[in-house]
Design a protein around this ligand. Sequence first.
Ligand SMILES: *Cc1c(COP(=O)(O)O)cnc(C)c1O
Length: 419
Amino acid sequence: MPTRDPSLAERDPEIARLIREEAELEARTLRLIPSENYASRAVLEASGSVLTNKYSEGYVGKRYYEGQAVIDQVEALAIARLKQLFGAEHVNVQPYSGSPANLAAYLAFCQPNDPIMGLGLPFGGHLTHGWNVSITGRYFKSVPYGLSPKDHRIDLDEVRRLAHEHKPKLIWCGTSAYPRTLDFPAFRAIADEVGAKLCADIAHIAGLVVGGAHPSPIGIADVITTTTHKSLRGPRGAVIMCKQEHAKEIDRAVFPGLQGGPHNHTTAAIAVAAKEAMTPEFKAYATNTVANAKALAEGLLGRGFTLVTGGTDNHLILIDLTSRGVTGKVAAKALDRAGICANYNAVPYDTRKPFDPSGLRIGTPAVTSRGMGAAEMSKLAGWIDEVVKAPSDDALSARIAREVEEVCKSFPAPGLLTA
Ligand SMILES: *Cc1c(COP(=O)(O)O)cnc(C)c1O
């Protein structure tokens, strides 16, 4: 038996150094990837705890392993907090991440080759909503819907027409790159007309939903899935919420349908994040995330940028760079050199290939977690404009990277102890 248990730095200096370097990188750069955020120190502590040691296949009070006196309390607390936070009837906190959570909805409601519908990936949908390279597009008959060619908003008339034609078992409403509010009641009406289950995937907007900055699908959709690590600011993980009538099917789909033992350290960290999200500070965070996105959008529009749908209602902005003569990839790489981390993305009806599309996707959940506001959004719009004007000017990106680092010093990120 070891007499002492070395620290990470002692045991594995290489990994310890890489973690420190990532923390330093995160501290000195601006994170504009809209699916990313900073988990708090409390969330990180729970996530890095001894709860990772325990196997607990099954659910609270019905486990296949002994020794659950503590774990049952952890999972029950996570469930109770999420029920309160979202106003949900039933909550499953065990999905390993967003993609497995979505698979559970398929397993609960669909047979192989059943028709299903979701927003197509190139229009801002998620892979798991039936895109062809995903298992969900291969094992089900996927009928993607798109955006209106006129205003690039979800075309509910097309959703209705396709739903009546194909009679899907399941309809997804939820997005990864869509800057506008989702109309859950409209989707509910369409699902009811054709007898489909409605699944709302609020992975990106969960933090806005609980903070009152986006309408909630609770009580409207049959099932609501969400990741916990995006705007909700928890650990990497996911939860599924549903009406009581679907509780058994959803629970059985997660375990034993798709998964073995739950990640109890993640469950604990989800409980911590739920507690944080119940505070007035988090409500302000959600409001500010949207206010910052709108301010950033205004700043970009004022500098001549074209934004998909002309602006944003949520945390996310999709810039169409076509008129600026730069591709999304060139812009994203140049911004990265300038300390501004974003990702290239297709724009609706993009004529370029997915690996080098015309758009840039940015969002404000992470910079808002640092406490940044309108003044910083204005600076950010200026930096993005400068970089896009001269993406191969390395002196320019180096200068901006220094300015970014200087601003970052005044806005330490949650959880980054080295900041
Ligand atoms: C991020 C995301 C997911 C998938 O989450 P992972 O944890 O990466 O598997 C699912 N749906 C939507 C809409 C997302 O944006």
